[in-house]
Ligand binder design. Sequence first.
Ligand code: ZN
Ligand code: ZN
Length: 341
Amino acid sequence: MKSAFLTEPKHIEIREIEQPVPKAYEVLVKIAYCGICTLEQRLYDGQRKIFYPIVPGHEASAVVVFVGSEVITDVKVGDHVVLDLVNRCHACPACLSGFSNLCENRYKKGQRVLGAFSEYMAVRPEQLQVVPDDLPLDQASFAEPLSCCIRSLRRIEVSLGDTVLVSGAGTMGLLHVKAALAIGARVIVSDIVHARLEDARRIGADAVVDASDTNTFTAEVKRLTRNRGVEACIVTTPSLTAAETAFSVLATGGRLNIYTSYSDKPVLPIDMNTIHRNEFVVTGTEGRSESDFYTAVRALANRKILVDDLISSVYPFEKIAEAVEAALAGKLYRVLVKMGD
Ligand SMILES: [Zn+2]
Ligand SMILES: [Zn+2]
């Protein structure tokens, strides 16, 4: 079978390797679609390293082709599935305290890390969820990114009645918008690119605000919230101004999630007293737990969140390097790689 190996920054090589032989407690799946996430982009351009060579890809939908004899779940050959490709050891302090997304053993060498830019994968049954056949497999590949948004919204307790600011209207920003709207929150979106704000409005954002000028931005969010500010804010863009201005529009007791990662190591751009006196809650989120993933799968399967409009382009597997370059250019929403025929 074919697998795409990142051998060094900016170098992806499709190699012919042995098809994995599933162990008795594993399931063999044929990958259908895999999305290109920020993680893959950062691995590709060298900002982030796990180890080389590595087969990237973690936003995958697939079809089951073989079920090992010791698998005790109901999964069967032909099932459409989505994959949760993180290693969770279920034994470390992080796993045991509800942070399996941060499992201390998740990236250890010798384990299979990521890996979905391959024609086939052998996975443990707890690494997959069956989805209905009528959910298109390209849309199903959004289970992983959506689950990260669900974790993000849960960490800052977004609920009915809240006004939420989603800062940054890229793919993850807009996916946050869809999830927050589904929960019943009122959503304001900010960005400095007009076309993206128009897209945010088109997918249902209650209001959009141009963040190019910080004073106008703050005044406009205050106006939209009758001077109270927003109860919660998710920062999805690594612009430092975005984080700084987010604090200027948080309501008393407001919750802020730093969803984005940063390629450098910026410090919090805010006076500590502002956090102290307003009882702001500041957190970050990375990845998703099993429960976040399960919630995302059900929301997609029940068609409570539709993601077809976030697929910008689909590349065949042979053109994976081009696909990653296109995603890196930053103008598109999700770029998918179609793995099979
Ligand atoms: Zn992802
Ligand atoms: Zn663990």
